[in-house]
Design a protein around this ligand. Sequence first.
Ligand code: ME8
Length: 552
Amino acid sequence: MAEKSTYYITTPIYYPSANLHVGHTYCTVMADAMARFKRLRGYDVMFLTGTDEHGQKIQQIAEEVGDTPKEYVDRVVADIKELWSVMEISYDDFIRTTEDRHKRRVQEIFRKIYEAGDIYRGVYEGWYCTPCESFWTDTQLRNAKCPDCGREVVRAKEDAYFFKLSAYADRLLALYEEHPEFLEPETRRNEMTRFIKQGLEDLCISRSSFDWGIEVPIEEGQVIYVWLDALSNYITALGWPTVDGTPGEHDKYDKYWPADVHLVGKEIVRFHSIIWPAMLMSLGYPLPKKVLGHGWLLLDGGKLSKSKLAEAGQDKARRNIVDPVELIERYGVDALKYFLLREYTFGQDGQFTTETMLQRVNSDLANDLGNLLSRTTGMNDKYFGGVIERPVALFADGPITSAETAVDVAVDARDGELIALALGAAAKVERHMDSFEFNRALETIWELISRSNKYIDETEPWTLAKTDGDRERLGQVLYNLAESLRIVSVLIQPYLHWSSEKIREQLGLDSGAVVWGDAQVFGLEAAYRTAKGENLFPRIDIEKEFASIAEG
Ligand code: ME8
């Protein structure tokens, strides 16, 4: 049997300096949707996430609260794992940079780059932004502040090791030129090209002024720069480079590397598209196929962050909830996931407000999807006791698999239109997912949902139910609606796992047996046994909700 194609996707590894806010969940929700989508499409997927636990910032925060750095990160990492579990994030591995499997391999990476002649000892003198863990030269500073985050920088001078990053400028430019798909969107690629052309400096890759890090293997008293440590996670988690020689140690590396995509926020594209490929070039390892930079969730026009919230003081009457745990407790996991995937355009920044989220939930989930399900199952229960057979008239030759056939065999033009739309949706979703257009993939699915609701309004099952002679037609209409919902349950599975299961339960289908190809067949079920269940997305009274948020 042919081996399955593999797909390796990563998120950034988050700093456990504080609990994550909704902005952090954005990237992980997209990565999870893509991982689930690829699994459903038959790929052998490796989805990696984790935490970036070393560095001066973490050490400082831990000291402030009287913990050791390890005690501190253990607590935050437990919360992060709990959050991913509540959000049903389907990662295959979670790497912590404090794990032995990672630390030993990072030291090996340092040693190999040193042996390749790309690391030398020197004196570091420049500016350091502790929150960003970034070094800057005089010319790179903006108004004497960190050009990334705008915060204070400190003067740093110490003996350190350097990586000959400058030697890789031409090869990096050639990489972008020959493989433009390596770095997207294009705006980020142009930005990085300009950055390199301004002149790349060698990179300071060790520090001696604090000790919360992985020790430099060739000299005591120095720890490895946190970005070199962090970027390496994408291969150390796969067991590479080898350090134990245990059988199977690098099986995952052989199978999954190079990564198909590193999904990262726009401010860390620089590390992933300059430092990381240069490290890999020095090591002689293959480069990832793609680095994809996404935009930020903004609050009042600025990047959503914990400190921003504190500054803003927030309008009490319309407080924005940015804690994902609170959002989920109030509105459910799928409401949050749907909003993040549907509202924002990949690569662009977008405003975050709780109000916009609630409006989306009401219109798309409560009104469109929730109503379609409750109307369909409700009418099925009422008119047929929940049991409905596949109508022979429409499916005399068995299930329909093409839009053309649907239009040809349909007894009613509206049936043909609905079935054709349902059958065409999967291919459209695939195309949008190929270009990470999560919003457009969902839009496509919602076109089918809206068309189905419109089909109910057009066919008026309640009128058909009044006449005995229309009973057969009533059965056809309700069967088509159930089929349409079944297809929706397959299509939404990667994004709204929970809703997909609930819909399938109410339709009487096996929730564990979702197969992508089933979304390209209409008339698949010989019969339905539906049962109207809980309302998936009760409508939220937004004014009342804000009153309750203000109290809470
Ligand atoms: O950068 N909107 O970690 P981090 C969208 N440890 N994304 C946001 C966001 C927002 N408002 N706020 C943060 C690090 N993010 C490093 C990564 S990878 C080898 C090391 C995103 O916890 C941000 O863009 O500061 C970044 O991609 C991710 O959260 C992790 O940020």
